[in-house]
Design a protein around this ligand. Structure first.
Ligand SMILES: [Zn+2]
Length: 72
């Protein structure tokens, strides 16, 4: 998968993220102590989801789509 802009990939679990914000939300715990990746279930619980390109995003951007298409 080609990475561009703010897109990035977690080196630990190979998951793709659409932004640094999304990646930051993916990682939890303290550095050098209990730093780890969140599971997909945990990320969903935070309101994150995977977009159609396979990248995790920090929020659905529902407003944007809503304004454009009038559908969610
Ligand atoms: Zn990870």
């Amino acid at each position: 998968m080609k990475l561009s802009g703010n897109k990035n990939q977690c080196r630990t679990c190979d998951t793709y993220f659409n932004s640094n914000t999304a990646f930051d939300m993916h990682r939890t715990g303290k550095h050098g102590l209990n730093r780890r990746c969140r599971t997909p279930a945990e990320m969903l619980a935070l309101g994150m989801f995977i977009n159609i390109y396979g990248y995790w995003v920090s929020e659905p951007m529902r407003k944007k789509f809503y304004a454009k298409t009038d559908t969610v």
